[in-house]
Write a protein that binds this ligand. Sequence first.
Ligand code: SF4
Length: 303
Amino acid sequence: MEIIPVVPRGYCQGVVRAIQIARDTAKSNPDTPITMLGMIVHNRYVVDACSVLGIRCLEDPMKTRLELLDKVNEGIVIFTAHGVSDSVKEKAQKKGLKIVDATCPDVMKTHQLVLEHCKTGGDVVYIGKLHHPEAEGVVSLNEQIHLVSDEADVCSLSPSLTNVLITCQTTLSMLSMKRLLVLCTERFPDARIAPEVCNATAVRQQAVMNLKNIDVLIVVGDPHSNNSNQLQNIALNVGIPHAWLIEGTWELKENMIKGYDRIAVTSGSSTPTAITSQVIDFLKQYADDGIWCPPETLSVPVI
Ligand code: SF4
């Protein structure tokens, strides 16, 4: 059995930056209540590690960032790597909160792109995931921005949209983004196209697409992590027979890999390096000695 770590994988610059900002904020403000507006990145072990530093995480998938702010009444609020709209910033300012913005520069670039286009009076068709915080942050910027998450959304776009810009969420699957992009351009053939899948997402997905003769791909990542889910989907789409998304070694099962020759391992850009390394080390050990005894819990610090 051969274990093949996929390169590149794991943490991207935007995630490293967001975690560093959270750590610095906690260190510099030991006596101030600090709240993260949502998961700083989509990995619960990173969120747990932040809570050990004294940072409270407010997360409710049924609530928008604007609604979550109702529960923050003092201290510092950290905006996550996914970004927020101006209305969230204004509300936080009105409440007298100190803002720490950990929005990824790539997401900010998308914000600037769509806002500049809106200033021209044009409409924006934004391909993104419904209820994802990044998509929520972009779509809330201006009512001229229209979210499409699937084919039905594309069909329901008003034909009266003018001067259309088509763009997308940074962490989408390149394959599914291209499929929706084709449908959008059929609806608006004169539209300007600006794909915004970030480089970190693109190179991690491309590395999976480039794999040859792989029997199983193990993706290490949180089930809420969009880019981890996309890595699994892409693997299945490009013909890798088996692709599993696991949070860590403790979710590995022997039947996922037993009897297969070539096992590749990758991880989403929000997955701590230590967790992925633990998975790779365990698989290499199993490949060497065939003994199955995965640890039941996380045994390494993640930030
Ligand atoms: S995946 Fe891309 S957009 Fe998201 S934090 Fe990383 S670099 Fe930024």
